[in-house]
Design a protein. Structure first.
Length: 116
């Protein structure tokens, strides 16, 4: 089992920045690929970014490339999502997940609201 707790969400004006954190506990953090997804009202959950467990390869949705950066600190059991140049369309609940290729674990989500 893995427990994931997101934090760092909030209200920000367009063009601003936020850094989300996701703290993991329960199992060896370094054994998981980690990712961020988001879900806006009335829409399906969508992929935002992920980072591999070994060589820290990253991948991003086209909509956030060049604005968001995912990173991880295995010593702190934490994955981050630095979000810059935020847009109103980035408004959503952001979820982190942990994937060990057998099971995917999800956090409870943190709300990000970007005002125009």
């Amino acid at each position: 089992q893995v427990q994931l707790v997101e934090s760092g969400g909030g209200l920000v004006q367009a063009g601003g920045s936020l850094r989300l954190s996701c703290a993991a506990s329960g199992r060896t953090f370094s054994s998981f690929a980690m990712g961020w997804f988001r879900q806006a009202p009335g829409k399906e959950r969508e992929f935002v970014a992920d980072i591999s467990r070994g060589d820290y390869r990253t991948a991003y949705a086209d909509s956030v490339k060049g604005r968001f950066t995912i990173s991880r600190d295995n010593a702190k059991n934490t994955v981050y999502l630095q979000m810059n140049s935020l847009k109103p369309e980035d408004t959503a609940v952001y979820y982190c997940n942990a994937n060990d290729l057998r099971k995917i674990y999800w956090g409870q989500g943190t709300q990000v609201t970007v005002s125009s």
